[in-house]
Ligand binder design. Structure first.
Ligand SMILES: NC(=O)c1ccc[n+]([C@@H]2O[C@H](COP(=O)([O-])OP(=O)(O)OC[C@H]3O[C@@H](n4cnc5c(N)ncnc54)[C@H](O)[C@@H]3O)[C@@H](O)[C@H]2O)c1
Length: 268
């Protein structure tokens, strides 16, 4: 890894206490970025920030935030600016899933997933863009990075609300790219497939509970066999290269793109 590739980047990452958010925070800081880790779970986010500060390249702070609240998004942006002087990248990563078959979806399931995965992304993008616009256009683009999913493009029957929320992330990426270009802000995203994180471990159990799979681990096996071209699941470290590219100057001329990092699932 180039220790200076992200030098001068001040990056807010939501959902950074664990999983891909934490892995990206560590990878960004190893490349010189200063990172603000926002999460509901402040203790775990602080542990990641401590590891980053101990490692000694980019700096890190942790903030408690509920991404579904506008004031928490505004406060996380303000904390980033207070700690590092400005914000030039926002990575909207916080997300969750709770599978239900179509006819079993209720309002609670709908609201929980849509609020965290989609509404919160819109709030984070808006509060971050407000600050970027106030900072002025600068010589290099500001970057918004949205986390989509294979579920941004495929109708998966067991996770209809999750699909709806992640198709929404794709729409926010397209609409944001058009709306914010005049302010020198690019909006891109990446879309994982199966990444072994606490989210997937819970999903694996929930798929057995709703009767979609018979046993733990079956979802992984079925997807690898039937859907992936690269015959293995992925891990957070498979994701950090693409996220780093989108945060870096190497992606300056890209906007409105959602890159799939899914072992080839999207072409199946
Ligand atoms: N794991 C996968 O296979 C997979 C695949 C495709 C897309 N994704 C997406 O990647 C992103 C990260 O997923 P992950 O697998 O690393 O998940 P994870 O469960 O490991 O981490 C998610 C983090 O988000 C935080 N969070 C949840 N709700 C929050 C809220 N309201 N406010 C603040 N923080 C909140 C959690 O505390 C947690 O630290 C999500 O958007 C997810 O939908 C995951």
């Amino acid at each position: 890894m180039d220790a200076n590739r992200l030098k001068g980047k001040h990056i807010l990452i939501t959902g950074a206490a664990r999983g891909m958010g934490a892995a990206n925070a560590e990878a960004f800081a190893q490349q010189g970025a200063d990172v603000c880790l926002g999460d509901l779970d402040l203790d775990e986010a602080q542990k990641v920030a401590d590891r980053i500060n101990d490692a000694g390249n980019g700096k890190a702070i942790a903030v408690k935030m509920d991404v579904t609240k506008r004031e928490d998004n505004a406060a996380a942006v303000a904390a980033t600016v207070e700690a590092f002087g400005s914000i030039n990248v926002g990575l909207f990563n916080a997300g969750l899933n709770k599978p239900r078959f179509f006819m079993d979806i209720d309002e609670d399931n709908w609201d929980m997933i849509m609020n965290v995965n989609t509404k919160a992304m819109w709030l984070g993008m808006q509060e971050t863009a407000k600050q970027m616009i106030a900072q002025g256009p600068g010589d290099e683009p500001y970057k918004i990075i949205n986390v989509g999913s294979i579920a941004s493009r495929k109708p998966l029957v067991d996770v209809t609300v999750y699909c709806t929320s992640k198709y929404g992330c794709l729409a926010l990426t397209h609409c944001g790219a058009v709306a914010l270009a005049e302010h020198n802000i690019t909006v891109n995203g990446y879309a994982p497939g199966v990444v072994v994180t606490p989210l997937w471990e819970q999903l694996d159990k929930d798929l057995v509970d709703i009767g979609f799979k018979e046993k733990a681990g079956q979802a992984y096996e079925d997807i690898v066999r039937d859907a992936l071209q690269i015959k293995r699941v992925s891990y957070p470290n498979d994701i950090v290269g693409t996220a780093s590219f989108l945060a870096s100057r190497d992606s300056d001329y890209m906007t409105g793109q959602m890159i799939h990092i899914d072992g080839g699932w999207c072409i199946q």
